[in-house]
Structure formats: structure tokens, C-alpha cells
Design a protein. Structure first.
Ligand SMILES: NC(=O)c1ccc[n+]([C@@H]2O[C@H](COP(=O)([O-])OP(=O)(O)OC[C@H]3O[C@@H](n4cnc5c(N)ncnc54)[C@H](O)[C@@H]3O)[C@@H](O)[C@H]2O)c1
Ligand SMILES: N[C@H](CO)Cc1c[nH]c[nH+]1
Ligand SMILES: [Zn+2]
Length: 435
């Protein structure tokens, strides 16, 4: 990890957006699923996943059998995490409100959950049970009655034909309350969720990460359904002063570097002594990491130690970076909190190591990446509800404000709008004939 002056730093990271060939492939898959339904899903499972899938839906027995395949420590940790995530997201719930005014007018906002949501869970090693909880629980807390999960079939399990799914993923889904699960992955799964097939009824929104085919398919069906943001590679910025423990800072940087070769891990500090210690620690800790290759590449390509002149400069730089995760390893982290404008999740002090948030504390780990924390938020309960405005206007208010409404309508050249008001004013006793 190089030490460079913060003022000279420019983040240059190419995030894969897919080639025209990817886009064509995804478009073709979507059209085929719309045309051939379940049969297309089975054909693609054979072609891409090398699995002959019989029943697409995971049965209640398979779900139950999954519990026998996970150990007690995993289940107990998962349940602890789920309880915390649920409790945190409960606090985000909004209620409908109505404002009855003395004139008799009532205005309000009705908040309703989406009816049916699809959760994509990637196949293979990228399938994280923690992400199943983070995506499904806010939907459940929002009151979404139908949360459906899709995930690619694996070559092993679920009988001789294969199509099994990692039992840890199934258990995480069951613990979150997801009961409807299909063994289908890739762009074909996204198409099935958006348009429906014989087995899979369409949803209103699709959430969850996946590879380039999944991401492009989500983009392609946006508008038919809603989608969440398309998450980029993980990022962490550690803002530290001379009081920070370099062993902790290095460990936290590597916790995100191991996600992905494109992940970015940066230290921002005004202390050269700390910068040099963290630099040495990162190298030392890298040696024993099982995912050393991935983490080393991420650190080499997208890691940096940014040396600044002051805490003020550090804060300004962090706000410019708008990182997905920000740790404040400084003597008084709470004093800095109010000055952080852009960050997906902010971890305060020595004991708030980033993985505490990834797994257990309760806040969501699906966070804005790639500088989008400037304008977007962590996945939350609001992502699974919609709002309707309610207008119950009184006669008194219509008579009082009809002229103003007609003035604005006629200014816009919309005479029919004006007349909808005018006919009422004439009928209800207002003497306001404006032609
Ligand atoms: N941002 C996050 O929080 C997060 C978390 C976990 C995983 N991820 C990402 O999820 C992705 C997981 O990728 P994955 O591939 O292991 O699982 P995946 O489930 O996203 O994709 C597997 C599917 O891709 C399709 N596919 C594969 N090759 C294809 C081809 N040539 N043409 C058309 N379709 C094809 C197949 O249908 C297969 O089922 C990674 O990119 C990882 O970075 C992100
Ligand atoms: N840090 C990742 C999001 O950037 C989420 C995650 C899942 N498992 C571990 N970490
Ligand atoms: Zn993580």
C-alpha cells in the first residue's frame, strides 16, 4: 500500500459495466424466458449451471432438511444477527398519517408495503447468508406479504439430478421468513421474476447482488419492476489519528480488500508514524490470509494511505470520497460524526470494526458504493414500501381556493382543468364565471 499525499489523490477505478456481447446475451435470455417460460429456465440451468433441474421450487422438506446440515454455532449466530437486524429495521418503519384541518379538508399519506418482492442470491462462493438476512428482513419488516428468493442450482444435492442449494443459504432464508424459493439463477432468474413463468409469478421489485449477467438483466427489466441500486465492489476508508491501533486499522482495511480484487481500502491520516505502521501491518497480515491473492491485488491496485496535513483536511477528503464504509479511529470519534456528510455506514471508535456491521450490529450492509453515498442511502424499510397521497378537500376550501387553481390551470393552457373546478364553483354557489 503506497503512502501518497492526500491532496494528490484521484480515485480511478473501472467498474465493470459489461460489453455489448454481454448485453446482447442478456437481452436474448430475457426474450427467451418471456417466450418459453419454465422450459427456458431449465434449458439455461443445463447450459450455464450444468444442472438438470426437475422441480424449480425448493420444497418445504428440503428447507427443513437444510437445518440438519448446518451446525449449532452457525444457527445461533445467524439467529442473533437476524434479531438485531430486525430490531434496527423496525425503527425505520413509517406509519400513514392524516392531517385534518379546521376547514374540513383532510390531507395525508398512506404507506403500503410492496405486494411481492424478489431477492436474488448469487450462486457458489459469493452466496452470503448474511446478505440473505440483510435483503430479506427489511422487506419482512415493511410488511411485504410475499418475498421470493431465487438462486442458481448447484450440481450437487437435491437428489440425483442435482439442483441443491447451499443449506446455509436456505436456513438464512427460512430464518428471515422466506418460504418461496426457486433454483434458478442468472439473467433468466431476473427475467422470470420480472415477467413471470408458469412456476414463478412476477414480482414488483428485485433486490440483491449478482454477476454481470444479473446486473445487466436487472437494468433491462427496470421499469417493468423496480430494482435496488446495482452494488459495486466493496470500499472502506479508515480515518485515523495517532491514537489509532495500527494492527486494528490494517485488519479492518483487509476485511474489505478480501471481498474482491476491485475492492478499495484506504487509510486517511495526518500521522506519518501511523501511516508507516499501518503500511507494514497490512503487509504482515496479508501473508496469513486465505484470500491473500484477492486482498493483495485489491490493496495493490485500489489501496492507498493518504497522508494529509490536518484532521480538517482528512474530513474534507473523506467527504469527497463518499465511501461505502467509513471508520473513525480517532481519539474523539463522536465529535467528528456531525462533520461527515457522505458515507454509507460510519463506524465510530476502536470496537466498531467494519465486520461488526457486515454481520451483527443491525444496520444494513447493503450500502451505496462508488461515491453514490453523496445521494443515496443504505438498503432500508422504505425501499419496500410505496406511498399514496390522500386528498379529501372540503367545500369551504374549494370555494376559497378555486380561483387560484383556475388561474394556474389557464396559465398552463389547460382549460379542461380549470373547468373541472369552475363547474363546481358554479354549482356550489360561487359566482365566479371566468369564461
Ligand atoms: N456487492 C455485494 O454485496 C455482493 C455480494 C455477494 C456477491 N456479489 C457479486 O455477485 C457475483 C456472484 O457471481 P457468480 O457468478 O458467482 O453468481 P451469480 O449467481 O451472480 O451468477 C451465476 C449465473 O450467471 C449465469 N451465467 C454464467 N455464465 C453465463 C454466460 N456465459 N452467459 C449467460 N449467463 C451466464 C448463470 O445463469 C449462472 O447461474 C460476483 O460478481 C460478486 O462480486 C456482490
Ligand atoms: N461488506 C460487504 C458489503 O460491502 C457485505 C458482506 C457480506 N459478507 C461480508 N461482508
Ligand atoms: Zn464485508
Amino acid at each position: 500500500m503506497k503512502i501518497i499525499p492526500g491532496a494528490e489523490f484521484k480515485l480511478e477505478r473501472e467498474v465493470e459495466v459489461g460489453t455489448p456481447a454481454h448485453q446482447e446475451a442478456v437481452q436474448r435470455i430475457i426474450e427467451t424466458v418471456r417466450k418459453d417460460g419454465d422450459e427456458a429456465l431449465r434449458r439455461y440451468a443445463l447450459e450455464f449451471d450444468k444442472v438438470k433441474v426437475g422441480e424449480l421450487r425448493v420444497s418445504a422438506e428440503e428447507l427443513e432438511a437444510a437445518y440438519a446440515q448446518v451446525d449449532d454455532a452457525f444457527l445461533s449466530a445467524l439467529r442473533g444477527a437476524a434479531a438485531n437486524i430486525r430490531a434496527f429495521h423496525e425503527k425505520q418503519k413509517r406509519t400513514s398519517w392524516f392531517d385534518l384541518q379546521p376547514s374540513g379538508t383532510m390531507l395525508g399519506q398512506v404507506v403500503r408495503p410492496l405486494r411481492r418482492v424478489g431477492l436474488y442470491v448469487p450462486g457458489g462462493k459469493a452466496a452470503y447468508p448474511s446478505s440473505v438476512l440483510m435483503n430479506a428482513i427489511p422487506a419482512m419488516v415493511a410488511g411485504v406479504p410475499e418475498v421470493v428468493m431465487v438462486t442458481p442450482p448447484a450440481t450437487a444435492g437435491a437428489g440425483a439430478s442435482g439442483g441443491g442449494i447451499d443449506p446455509h443459504i436456505l436456513v438464512a432464508a427460512a430464518e428471515a421468513g422466506v418460504k418461496e424459493i426457486y433454483r434458478v439463477g442468472g439473467a433468466q432468474a431476473v427475467a422470470a421474476l420480472a415477467y413471470g413463468t408458469e412456476s414463478i409469478r412476477p414480482v414488483d421489485k428485485i433486490v440483491g447482488p449478482g454477476n454481470i449477467y444479473v446486473a445487466l438483466a436487472k437494468r433491462a427489466v427496470y421499469g417493468v419492476v423496480d430494482i435496488d441500486s446495482i452494488a459495486g465492489p466493496s470500499e472502506i476508508v479508515v480515518l485515523a489519528d495517532e491514537t489509532a491501533n495500527p494492527v486494528y486499522a490494517a485488519a479492518d482495511l483487509l476485511s474489505q480488500a478480501e471481498h474482491d480484487e476491485l475492492a478499495s481500502a484506504m487509510l486517511v491520516t495526518a500521522s506519518r508514524t501511523l501511516a508507516e505502521r499501518v503500511q507494514a501491518e497490512v503487509q504482515r497480515q496479508l501473508e496469513t490470509l486465505p484470500r491473500k491473492g484477492i486482498a493483495a491485488k485489491s490493496v495493490a491496485d485500489y489501496g492507498a494511505i493518504l497522508l494529509v496535513d490536518s484532521l480538517d483536511e482528512a474530513v474534507a477528503l473523506v467527504n469527497r470520497l463518499a465511501p461505502e464504509h467509513l471508520e473513525l479511529l480517532v481519539a474523539e470519534p463522536h465529535a467528528l460524526l456531525g462533520r461527515i456528510e457522505n458515507a454509507g455506514a460510519i463506524f465510530l471508535g476502536t470496537y466498531s470494526s467494519e465486520p461488526v456491521g457486515d454481520y451483527f450490529a443491525g444496520p444494513n450492509h447493503v450500502l451505496p458504493t462508488n461515491g453514490t453515498a453523496r445521494f443515496s442511502s443504505p438498503l432500508n424499510v422504505d425501499d419496500f414500501v410505496k406511498k399514496s397521497s390522500v386528498i379529501s378537500y372540503s367545500k369551504q376550501d374549494l370555494l376559497a381556493n378555486g380561483e387560484a387553481i383556475m388561474t394556474l390551470a389557464r396559465h398552463e393552457g389547460l382549460e379542461a382543468h380549470a373547468r373541472a373546478i369552475q363547474v363546481r364553483l358554479e354549482q356550489e354557489g360561487g359566482d365566479r364565471d371566468n369564461g
